[in-house]
Design a protein around this ligand. Structure first.
Ligand code: TXA
Ligand code: MG
Length: 353
């Protein structure tokens, strides 16, 4: 059915929003026709479709240009909706739900029989989360069904943190976007596997940190071996694809500001336009064709919030190469570095100190 004339439904005053909001009802009519609509969550914008409709799921993959073996997260507004999705709720999953839902935590459950294998990419598990955003919750209620929703970007591009980002990627490819402004967290949810024998394993770092999970459970949380062993196949299929890539090659640099500046100087001497992705604290130290800060280094949550927008801004700066600073891999820094390493696609340079 492409191309569509993409409608943008702007919702404001959304702290008081409910499923009776006229804009949300209009948007939900598309969902009821098995079409897809983008909507805001507290992490990034999602591209939602009825999780119980194979037709809607096919349209999600088509609009994004996404490989269909990469499963989708199902978004719910009330705990009751989990019954028709998960075959069982393990004890530790229950503790995590109590502590982090609604919020940026996706839990992998054994899959219930009603869930189509199109949603799960053929796996016998299903990923579910309850987003902590009043518009997302009201929209899911207006639709009356759980919404399968990947990030609302074209496959391979940085995830969208504003309706404008969604429009840039998907205008003409989807019937509409619910605009709820900038998203707050800026990196996607943490994905944890609770489907295997009482263990909890992080498959994708995100908005909820390992430290927070361990504190809530009072026990250790594992990391998918794919994070530490080069050869291991990731259990979360999405982790193996190129992701979050700006148009120009992105090089992650583990080194001093002086070293980064020397790489910029070398590129420019070769006639290439060079950019630096930095932070507010370091901005003034660089001389390059584009120097763009992503938040403040001293407040990593501001870096997470600005990350994808900054990567997209480099596309407008028309640079040939981007050098990016690294961050400590603690707290949300772990998720930030995970995304930056993917943007770099293994293109990482370390200074010999
Ligand atoms: O914050 C978020 O999680 C955003 C917003 C829109 O909710 N959504 C999001 O979806 O990031 P997506 O599709 O871009 O990423 C989903 C991740 C992928 O890495 C996928 O492989 C993994 O979750 N996943 C989904 N179902 C899974 C399953 N059954 N087992 C293992 N990994 C799964
Ligand atoms: Mg994504």
């Amino acid at each position: 059915m492409m191309p569509y004339k993409t409608t943008v439904w702007t919702v404001d005053n959304f702290e008081q929003i409910s499923e009776k909001n006229t804009q949300l009802i209009q948007a939900s009519l598309w969902i009821k026709k098995d079409e897809v609509v983008a909507f805001p969550t507290e992490t990034v914008y999602g591209l939602g479709g009825n999780a119980l409709s194979d037709q809607a799921i096919s349209r999600i993959y088509e609009a994004k240009g996404r490989p269909s073996d990469n499963p989708l997260i199902v978004h719910i507004a009330e705990e009751g909706q989990l019954k028709e999705l998960a075959a069982e709720i393990p004890e530790k999953a229950r503790i995590l739900m109590e502590n982090f839902w609604p919020g940026p935590l996706t839990i992998i459950f054994p899959k219930g029989i009603k869930v189509s294998s199109k949603v799960t990419g053929g796996l016998d598990t299903v990923a579910v989360r309850m987003p902590d955003h009043p518009v997302a919750l009201a929209f899911i209620k207006a639709c009356g069904v759980p919404l399968a929703a990947p990030s609302a970007n074209l496959s391979g591009k940085p995830s969208p943190t504003s309706a404008g980002h969604v429009f840039d990627d998907l205008s003409g490819r989807i019937p509409g976007i619910v605009d709820g402004g900038q998203t707050g967290i800026g990196v996607e949810s943490t994905v944890v596997d609770c489907s295997v024998d009482g263990a909890v394993t992080i498959l994708r770092p995100g908005g909820v940190t390992k430290e927070q999970l361990e504190e809530a459970l009072g026990s250790e949380v594992g990391l998918d071996p794919a994070f530490t062993e080069k050869e291991a196949a990731p259990k979360s299929p999405g982790m193996k694809y190129t992701h979050y890539a700006p148009d120009a090659p992105f090089v992650l640099v583990d080194g001093s500001r002086e070293f980064i500046q020397s790489l910029v100087d070398k590129a420019r001497a070769e006639g290439r336009r060079a950019g630096v992705m930095t932070t507010a604290e370091n901005e003034k130290f660089y001389n390059a064709d584009a120097v763009i800060p992503a938040g403040e280094r001293s407040r990593p949550e501001t870096v997470a919030a600005a990350l994808y927008d900054t990567l997209r801004t480099f596309n407008e700066a028309k640079v040939d190469v981007i050098y990016g600073e690294v961050f400590p891999k603690t707290g949300v820094g772990y998720a930030i570095m995970n995304r930056l390493e993917k943007s770099a696609g293994g293109n990482i340079v370390a200074e010999n100190k």
